[in-house]
Design a protein. Structure first.
Length: 137
C-alpha cells in the first residue's frame, strides 16, 4: 500500500497565496455580476448593498493574505516582511473602517440587509470553492 501526500498537506506558501489571489478574483467577479443582477431585479439600493459587502469581502481576503505572509515569515524564522507592523495595524484599522462602511451603508443606502450579508459571504464562498478545488486535484 502506498501512501500519497494529500494536496492540502503539501500546500506551500506560494500555493496558499495563489489560492487567495484566485479567491479575491472570484469575489470581485461574482460581486460585480451579482450586483448587476440585483440592480436589474430589485433596484440600485440593494445592488449597492451587495457591492459594499463584496468590496469588504475582497479587501478582507487581501488583508488576510498580508497577515498570512507575515505569520509564515515568522514561522520560517525569516526576517519579517517590510511593513509587518503596518500590516498588523492595518488589520485592526480595517475592522474599524469596514464596520463604519457597514453602518454607513445600512443607515444611508437603506437597502436590504440580506444583500449586504450575501456580499459579505462571498469571501467565505470563494475561499471554500478554491479549497474544494485544491482537494479534488
Amino acid at each position: 500500500m502506498t501512501e500519497e501526500t494529500h494536496s492540502l498537506a503539501s500546500l506551500t506558501d506560494a500555493g496558499l497565496e495563489a489560492l487567495l489571489r484566485r479567491a479575491i478574483r472570484i469575489t470581485v467577479i461574482f460581486g460585480i455580476l451579482a450586483s448587476l443582477a440585483v440592480w436589474k431585479a430589485s433596484g440600485w439600493r440593494n445592488a449597492a448593498m451587495l457591492a459594499t459587502g463584496a468590496a469588504i469581502s475582497a479587501a478582507s481576503i487581501l488583508e488576510w493574505q498580508r497577515l498570512i505572509r507575515f505569520i509564515n515569515a515568522k514561522l520560517d524564522q525569516k526576517q519579517a516582511p517590510r511593513g509587518a507592523a503596518l500590516a498588523a495595524i492595518f488589520f485592526v484599522l480595517r475592522l474599524l473602517v469596514f464596520a463604519g462602511a457597514i453602518y454607513g451603508s445600512l443607515k444611508y443606502l437603506r437597502g436590504s440587509v440580506v444583500a449586504l450579508l450575501c456580499g459579505l459571504g462571498l469571501a467565505v464562498l470563494a475561499t471554500l470553492w478554491e479549497a474544494i478545488r485544491l482537494l479534488r486535484n
